[in-house]
Design a protein around this ligand. Structure first.
Ligand SMILES: Cc1cc2nc3c(=O)[nH]c(=O)nc-3n(C[C@H](O)[C@H](O)[C@H](O)COP(=O)(O)OP(=O)(O)OC[C@H]3O[C@@H](n4cnc5c(N)ncnc54)[C@H](O)[C@@H]3O)c2cc1C
Length: 506
């Protein structure tokens, strides 16, 4: 059975409306769809290593398909043209995610990671020309690299993504300046694709014309968790940096080989100063909220829509061919109404994520993507698309009976894959809470102030310290550099001590 069926309502011309995209962008979506039909759909189970999860088959298939995506320009769609990229719009970025996920969401995620890291270096907060110049030759080379973004930590990934906690739980990776280096210590969990350098060298040596290797890790860090958003940031380190230790890949429900997730330990890892991506206090938080989390959730919305579409297509084909008393089952009302419900969910998920993407492209009207009301929209897009994917995978399986459950029908793969896309970057519940924050926030969770006082008693034990915290924030923003802020802070402290001494004398 094939899922390559042509349904007018599911064709790029009809699903990507002209209010959000140009004719050229729709043609691009058609080309990607053709690529997926021809190359990805027949190989979607091989990306998992087939029925036996064969490691070599999975990697061979993955690197060949990733290479083809790269040849099509999909990996460099958002890289600015001055660095050799295609400089295509965010609409195309998310169409790529949707169309590839219709074939395999692991492949889409790998391609999406490259968009993701480019967005950390080139965005509305800052542009890191030096880093783009350094990485662009690798990103645009003939053979592609893969990359990874490290966010989650043992104390809870979802807490890092919670705006109400102000990035203060981000405490497993701490950085301190030492000469021309930052020194990294800490512990991340779940980043992917990640692993010991020798693992990636092995695949590169086996297929050097398809896979260039691992480009490295973009790591969400903090200088001092007690300082919250002002101290949060991001550093890059190469895949084989000294002092980095990797665990073995987790065994999991889906994404078996397409996204190998491991634990990472940092022990006094020296990172050259230029690899601190954010350049001034506050920029790191904007990049994390806007480009890591916000744009990441929007990509997840597009991927979930692609998964939901694949499930709908499989169900449409199956119910066309399965008959009851001489009639295709899809012409019977029970089946028809469920298929119609699936279409409703899929198309609404798509129209909404496209609308939010269009809004993201017009910050002069809608605001910046790191602002809470935009986070709410990204979270609405992801959570709704998650429900669309869940509904379609579940209902398609029910309509197909036991056949939906078997390996050969491919549906079980989407059934396993959608769940984590709904949950990563903060969990399915996080989306709801961020929507509430954007709708009527900001607000702090009950117990937050007590937690601050218990964790950093010197800093938060009394109201004076809360005022100092606010002064700190203003200083960091207004002074332009850490060093200048520190200088002014010292002057203020001296004045304060002098005043106290004088008062004591009196
Ligand atoms: C295949 C896969 C790929 C991944 N890729 C990456 C990656 O590339 N990089 C990376 O950094 N991480 C990655 N992750 C990790 C993933 O993003 C996290 O697991 C996820 O964000 C949730 O964090 P957690 O598992 O620590 O759950 P927790 O933080 O423990 O959350 C568990 C549940 O509690 C809810 N919750 C948490 N806090 C609150 C609260 N304050 N109020 C109400 N509810 C709350 C959450 O919504 C969630 O439902 C990946 C995971 C998988 C499985």
């Amino acid at each position: 059975m094939s899922a390559e069926a042509n349904y007018l309502l599911l064709s790029p011309e009809h699903k990507y409306p002209r209010c959000f995209c140009t004719e050229e962008e729709i043609i691009m979506a058609k080309r990607i769809r053709e690529f997926v039909d021809k190359e990805v759909l027949p190989n979607r189970q091989n990306l998992e290593g087939g029925w036996h999860r064969d490691e070599e088959l999975a990697h061979k298939t993955l690197f060949e398909l990733y290479y083809k995506c790269h040849q099509l320009g999909l990996t460099i769609s958002n890289l600015p043209s001055e660095y050799g990229g295609l400089a295509l719009s965010p609409i195309v970025r998310y169409m790529i995610n949707e169309e590839l996920s219709r074939g395999d969401v692991g492949l889409a995620t790998l391609v999406g990671k490259t968009h993701w890291i480019v967005s950390f270096m080139y965005n509305r907060v800052q542009v890191r020309e030096d880093l783009l110049e350094e990485f662009a030759p690798k990103l645009t080379g003939n053979v592609p690299y893969i990359s990874c973004v490290n966010i989650s930590e043992p104390e809870g990934g979802a807490n890092i993504e919670d705006p109400a906690l102000e990035l203060r739980t981000l405490n497993t990776v701490i950085v301190k300046k030492e000469g021309d280096f930052w020194v990294l210590n800490g512990h991340k969990i779940w980043p992917g694709p990640a692993g010991d350098p020798s693992y990636w060298d092995k695949w590169h040596e086996k297929w050097p014309d398809k896979f260039a290797g691992h480009l490295g890790y973009w790591v969400v860090v903090t200088e001092d968790p007690s300082r919250g958003e002002d101290a949060a940031g991001m550093v890059y380190h190469p895949y084989n940096a000294e002092g980095v230790k990797f665990g073995l890949p987790y065994k999991k429900c889906g994404f078996c080989w397409t996204d190998e997730n491991v634990e990472i330990w940092y022990e006094n890892v020296k990172v050259p100063a230029k690899y601190r991506v954010d350049v001034k206090p506050g920029n790191g938080a904007k990049i994390i909220h806007g480009y890591v989390i916000g744009a990441g959730r929007l990509a997840a919305a597009a991927r979930l829509t692609g998964i939901a579409t694949a499930c709908l297509e499989i169900a449409l084909e199956w119910t066309k061919n399965r008959q009851i008393a001489g009639k295709p089952v899809r012409e019977r009302s029970y089946f028809a109404s469920i298929l119609a419900d699936m279409y409703r969910m899929v198309d609404l998920a798509r129209q909404y994520y496209l609308s939010v993407t269009w809004q993201l492209m017009h910050p002069e009207i809608y605001g910046e993507l790191w602002e809470p009301h935009m986070t709410a929209k990204f979270s609405t897009a992801r959570s709704f698309a998650g429900e669309a994917a869940m509904f379609c995978a579940n209902k398609a399986m029910e309509l197909m009976g036991s056949y939906g459950y078997v390996f050969e029908m491919d549906l079980e793969k989407y059934y396993r894959d959608f769940k984590i896309v709904q949950m990563w970057l903060g969990g399915a519940q996080r989306d709801r809470l961020d929507i509430a924050q954007g709708l009527y926030g900001p607000f702090k969770w009950a117990g937050y102030e007590e937690w601050l006082k218990a964790r950093w008693p010197k800093k938060f034990a009394n109201p004076t310290n809360i005022i100092e915290k606010e002064i700190d924030k203003t200083l960091n923003r207004a002074s332009g550099s850490e060093r200048e802020a520190e200088r002014i802070r010292k002057e203020l402290n001296k004045d304060k001590e002098y005043d106290i001494d004088e008062a004591m004398k009196g």
